[in-house]
Design a protein around this ligand. Structure first.
Ligand code: C5P
Length: 234
């Protein structure tokens, strides 16, 4: 059985960064399942549809959209992975708040989740997979060898998002203070949507190790995750 480590948690908990670094460290494949939901959202926007479109159509879109992740096979996965939709590089486009918000609305739809299930399972390739998302440990890979659930306070997650936006040139450093409150509200709304939906709600799997990263930097979280991963394997 090809081993899988799942890392679930809310936006801004650090799970994406930790999953990428852990996959690079182990030389394993990486599944950024949030990117798949974002790609469905972008496909919906490109077709001038919205979240209330016919669910069969949305499922078909999720199943058939032409997606490629480049760089995943590279063990030095520290280099940014590029995401292609119908051959076009959409790595930055899928990271906008508009796409993220639509992704979270679409993620509540059974057809969309069903449409992405087989795609996600196909990432389980030798020598192993690190899977990052909301329901990796509960729904997509319930038999995973090791499950983590990363969390952090809303305020800390909003602060991290602000610094990320500054680093990307999308926010001026002097505007951080005014941006924090609306970002906190957006995160609360998205958490509520992800945690309260009927299908595959965001929650730790019963056998997940929960790590609160509020007071931790990335290096400390990575060290803890690697230490647990190796203690399990040896
Ligand atoms: O992780 P990321 O913010 O990129 O995910 C975008 C949205 O996709 C999330 O807000 C969530 O609603 C949805 N998602 C999900 N299940 C996953 C991954 C993401 O519902 N496994």
């Amino acid at each position: 059985m090809i081993p899988v480590i799942t890392i679930d948690g809310p936006s801004g908990s650090g799970k994406g960064t930790i999953a990428a670094k852990l996959a690079a460290h182990l030389g394993w494949h990486l599944l950024d399942s949030g990117a798949l939901y974002r790609l469905v959202a972008l496909s919906v926007l490109q077709k001038n549809l919205n979240a209330s479109a016919d669910e069969n159509l949305l499922q078909q879109l999720a199943e058939t959209m032409d997606v490629q992740f480049t760089g995943v096979e590279d063990p030095a996965a520290a280099q940014p992975i590029r995401v292609l939709l119908a051959g076009k590089d959409v790595t930055d486009e899928i990271r906008t708040e508009a796409v993220g918000n639509l992704a979270s609305q679409l993620a509540a739809k059974k057809g969309v989740r069903q449409g992405l299930l087989a795609r996600q399972k196909a990432f389980q390739q030798a020598p192993g997979l690190v899977a990052d998302g909301r329901d990796m440990g509960t729904v997509v890979f319930p038999d995973a060898s090791l499950k983590f659930y990363l969390t952090a306070s809303v305020e800390e997650r909003a602060r991290r998002r602000c610094y990320q936006l500054v680093a990307q040139g999308q926010l001026k450093a002097q505007d951080i203070n005014v941006s924090l409150a609306p970002l906190c509200q957006e995160l609360r709304d998205r958490d509520a949507r992800d945690m309260n939906r009927a299908i595959a709600p965001l929650r730790p799997a019963d056998d997940a190790r929960v790590i609160d990263t509020t007071q931790m930097n990335i290096e400390a979280v990575l060290a803890e995750v690697i230490q647990v991963a190796f203690s399990i394997r040896s």
